[in-house]
Design a protein around this ligand. Sequence first.
Ligand code: NAD
Length: 379
Amino acid sequence: PTIAVLGERAMGEHRVAMTPAALARFAKLGFAVLIEAGAGARAGFADAAYAAGGATIVPREEALASADVVLAVRPPQPADLAGVKQGTKLIGGLAPYADAARLGGYAGLGIDAYALELLPRTTRAQAMDILSSQANLAGYHAAVRAATELDRCLPMMTTAAGSIPAAKAFVMGVGVAGLQAIATARRLGAIVSATDVRPEVREQIQSLGAKPVFEEIREGDEVTKAAGGYAGEMSEGYRQRQAALVSGHIAAQDIVITTALIPGRPAPRLVSDAQLASMKPGSVIVDLAAESGGNVEGSVAGETVERHGVKIVGLVDGASRLAVDASNLFARNCYNFIEAYWNKADKALAMPADDALIAATLLTTGGHIVHQRFAPAAA
Ligand code: NAD
């Protein structure tokens, strides 16, 4: 079969869904690889590097006309897939919650679209998990970005001219991105603390050398655990006490990094305007949820704004700014997904609809939206 990789057309997107390293793996399985001319340029991968690995460099229309599989970092518009064969598998980051009309467009093209962000948080799916691989890099970038925006240094320094105290950084939301933000801010020398709605992440925070900021759990603070590794709910009483604790804590920080995302829903508000006003002028907030509405009141996706003297970075492209590593991990995620369904004897893909990971990710097939969460309600 033939696998095609197109240049990403989303504004500011530097990543690419195939890298020379991943190409070698696909070739070994038995795939012919077509690369749209220039597809890897913004990630620093020249056409020649793909060609040296055995790929054929072709114009977009040619790639689409021959592809059995198309990989994408961000969802292509259906109009940008004109000429694709029916039954071609589109695999990658397809942002299924963002745009219902686009899913209808994929169905209209007759392609099988697999949204890898819908993979469950299971051991089997871990190596294919694009949200994790990209969130890890975004968390790293968030800490580095905060450090460069701050007009102070992060580590404590003792100099002949006097000593400099370490800066304080607070990470809100300790998932994959938050953990990497904590580790990175620590490496840069900040005094780091963190919180989450899931009290069970305390030990993970401590193991990275940071301070957990959690109200003590009392009787009646029942926790309902949500499925799939995502955040569950704490009681109202606990939430109020926790909010008061966090408010006092935010006021003392130089850096706050927020990372709370809930797939398919607007981002929860973690920092209010009043809390911003309580911070020292010159403090920096990096909001990793800016694209889905923001964790911070007043944050603007893709921009740095100032409120009450506090800089708020509405970060949207943390992983894209690390395009080399992000592309390598993304391409490897795609490879791991495809390899799991590769039939060596037939040299063909077999993706049974009743397989858990296929059922979780398959959006469209046979001209219809088939995913239970996105299919139009039956009349
Ligand atoms: P996420 O992007 O869904 O959210 C980031 C963090 O924000 C989460 O820890 C969440 O609890 C927290 N959060 C949500 N609302 C909040 C609020 N109002 N205040 C404070 N914090 C809030 O998280 P993620 O990076 O996708 O990871 C979620 C969990 O899933 C983690 O435990 C992670 O280790 C696990 N995980 C497992 C796998 C796997 O096993 N395959 C893969 C990825 C993640």
